[in-house]
Design a protein around this ligand. Structure first.
Ligand code: NCC
Length: 281
């Protein structure tokens, strides 16, 4: 198969990876009353400005150790929306990562493992939350509900009841596997049959919501380091290159659609991507 141009790749992503969250209309969620439990506005309508995409400019801030000492905080905060991941803090690191958070993507471990103090830690407040859990490739929602990787369903229900004013979504399994299909469909090797990282999920989600997306330290800058997270003293190169997630292949794909200059990549670890609304396919 002939290599695709960057534009063709973006168009494929736009067509295949349409943002989708659990809406409570399918079983088993319908019978459990989830249609009334999930936010009444779908995520892609929550911030919508008339016919335009939700945001003009967006920043996706990965948790990579390489962002330490970057001094990128002000630049990151100048975007209309900022996406962060899991338990990544801003307090004490704002010079390098900024302190504005619009949306936070959390994997199901965050809701389940007490060490993240999901119900009390303020980093999960006053932001839009988007959770996900690795679902079976069969997309059987009954199976997923019966045995999620980490049982996010009951903490989600509890949290929604107590904080009904806070937008909080769960990504639909079909969305996650369509993202996986896009990666596998554009990779020669067979990739591991696990969902993409929160990073890749977040990048494509922001391409659906924003006119322009800047991603920081997903493709490592010259500051590349084996330090896993900027906020932990834990060293593991798998954090950057992947083990469970097909991270290396995700990153190659994102590198292929980068429209920014090489110097941005080197100095800032910054990739520039077009929002889906700006590409005519
Ligand atoms: O580490 P994590 O990822 O929360 O990082 C968020 C996203 O940033 C990108 N990243 C991170 C570190 C690094 N050195 N390079 C990077 O490019 C990745 O795109 C990553 O997705 C996850 O994807 O949800 C993940 O979550 C952690 C962990 O569950 C959470 O941090 C909560 O503690 C996973 N680690 C473990 O389970 C041990 C990680 O595999 C994936």
């Amino acid at each position: 198969k002939a290599a695709q141009s960057a534009k063709e790749l973006v168009c494929q992503m736009k067509a295949q990876a349409q943002l989708r969250t659990v809406d409570g209309l399918e079983e088993p969620f319908a019978s459990l009353g989830w249609a009334r439990l999930v936010p009444s506005l779908p995520l892609d309508q929550l911030y919508r400005r008339q016919d335009k995409s939700s945001f003009k400019t967006c920043a996706v801030v990965t948790s990579a150790g390489a962002i330490l000492h970057s001094g990128l905080g002000k630049e990151i905060d100048s975007h209309d929306a900022v996406l962060r991941f899991n338990s990544a803090p801003t307090e004490g690191y704002d010079r390098d990562v900024g302190n504005k958070t619009t949306i936070r993507i959390i994997n199901s471990q965050i809701l389940v493992n007490p060490r993240y103090r999901f119900n009390t830690n303020s980093i999960y407040r006053n932001v839009t939350l988007v959770a996900w859990d690795p679902p079976p490739y069969s997309l059987n929602l009954h199976k997923w509900y019966a045995s999620p990787d980490f049982n996010l369903f009951s903490p989600y229900v509890e949290y929604r009841k107590r904080n009904s004013g806070q937008p909080f979504y769960i990504l639909h399994p079909s969305y996650l596997w369509k993202l996986w299909d896009v990666i596998q469909g554009n990779t020669q090797e067979n990739i591991q049959p696990n969902p993409p990282s929160s990073g890749f999920i977040g990048i494509l989600m922001m391409m659906a919501l924003c006119e322009q997306v800047h991603v920081y330290e997903y493709i490592p800058s010259l500051r590349q380091t084996d330090l896993c997270h900027y906020h932990e003293r834990y060293v593991d190169i798998a954090c950057t290159l992947g083990a469970y997630h097909p991270l290396l292949f995700e990153k190659r794909l994102i590198q292929r659609i980068n429209t920014g200059p090489e110097s941005d990549l080197k100095m800032k670890g910054r990739v520039t991507l077009p929002g889906f609304s700006t590409v005519n396919c």
